[in-house]
Design a protein around this ligand. Sequence first.
Ligand code: TYD
Length: 191
Amino acid sequence: MFITIEGIDGSGKSTQSQRLSEWLEEHTRTKTIRTYEPYSFREFILSGKGISPMSELLLFLADRAEHLNRVILPALNEGHNVICERYNDSTLAYQCGGHGLKISHVKNIIASCNFPEPDVKILLEINPELAYSRVIQRHNLNDKFEAEGLELMKRVSDCYLNLEGYIVIHCSDMNESEVFAKIKTELEKRL
Ligand code: TYD
């Protein structure tokens, strides 16, 4: 299975991906690889202040092509499960919702890349104020996307909610274990 986890910064993707990979490995008795994006050119992308949204888009797509080539596709071909934090919908939510590129245009560009579709997409939906307060507590504002602040998070969050094909988990009023229980219930229906 190829599963992606999406959500704004501070929505809890890493925590849930860790729990999910342990559970999925046990439940399916199949090795499960946990990964994330940006991956291949991560430091370059995250430190690239002041670049245009179009350059940013192309960098994220190049990063994805390489990530697929080096990590995701080899793992899937070996018969492993892959859980990936962020994928195509991050590009739509951030580069379009966040930074103003036209969504129909970017959807076409992504489609022409022919990247494989995930079997399951999970969206961790959370109040942007709450997520942003967590990000600030992590003191991790070197990441240029996180540094753009709450207004960006709100736009990204709205854009995520307009995308389709997700298991949407509303996380604002739940603790980690409750969120994971929901994810597990939804996945069990699909496995
Ligand atoms: P990261 O530190 O990995 O944040 P998180 O732990 O929340 O995933 O930073 C990744 C940043 O890159 C994040 O702010 C979102 C952004 N991003 C895009 O803008 N477009 C993309 O296609 C991807 C994959 C990430």
